[in-house]
Ligand binder design. Structure first.
Ligand code: ZN
Length: 197
């Protein structure tokens, strides 16, 4: 697994340099732009530093070729799953699942951004399909994060399952079984790491 470190310039909109309080989960996203590479998405986060594009970033972006770009250090907060809109199901800001996972960080006065690592996947089309290279690199990265931070594959969730109102990643929102499949791939990657195969 190769990670290209291309950190954002510290700024209040995409790299506020707030300390990540702890790592309680991994939140998966899609970039919603099949025409942009991982580096181009990174540069979009970078462009927010002028304050003209609002808040938003992630720790990692994975391209269609499986290349991983790191934008924000894991010790810092990235702005990837904060919300001020109610989840349509519970009528509250953040889902019941988010409250179960992140407790008081999944409340309107706080944010799961303080306790999660965000990973963006680049899709090949507007339907949100991913290449095997992207999914393979994502599984390896998640396995590594799980091992280093004492997480299990079930601690991997999606932007949709945290906020309720956003179809992100689009394909996994429409087909939740793909998230289950992904967690299984991560589980196998962790087992491979453990046995050194
Ligand atoms: Zn998202």
């Amino acid at each position: 697994m190769k990670i290209e470190e291309n950190l954002l310039t510290p700024n209040e909109w995409s790299r506020p340099q707030l300390k990540l309080l702890r790592v309680m989960g991994i939140v998966m996203h899609w970039t919603a732009n099949p025409n942009a590479t991982a580096v181009q998405n990174r540069n979009y986060f970078e462009s927010r530093k002028n304050g003209t594009n609002g808040y938003g970033s992630a720790h990692y972006i994975i391209g269609t070729d499986g290349g991983i770009v790191q934008c924000v250090p894991e010790s810092e907060v990235a702005y990837h799953c904060g919300s001020s809109q109610p989840d349509p199901e519970s009528g509250r800001v953040y889902t019941d699942e988010a409250r179960r996972r992140f407790g008081r960080y999944a409340t309107a006065g706080s944010s799961p951004n303080h306790v999660t690592i965000g990973i963006e996947l680049c899709p090949t089309d507007w339907a949100g399909n991913f290449t095997q290279a992207t999914l393979g690199a994502a599984a390896e990265l998640c396995a590594d994060i799980c091992t280093r931070h004492g997480l299990a594959p079930d601690d991997i969730t999606t932007h949709h399952d945290v906020v309720g109102w956003k179809d992100c990643p689009l394909l996994w929102t429409r087909r939740p079984e793909l998230l289950h499949e992904f967690r299984n791939t991560v589980r196998h990657a962790i087992e491979r790491e453990d046995t050194g195969i």
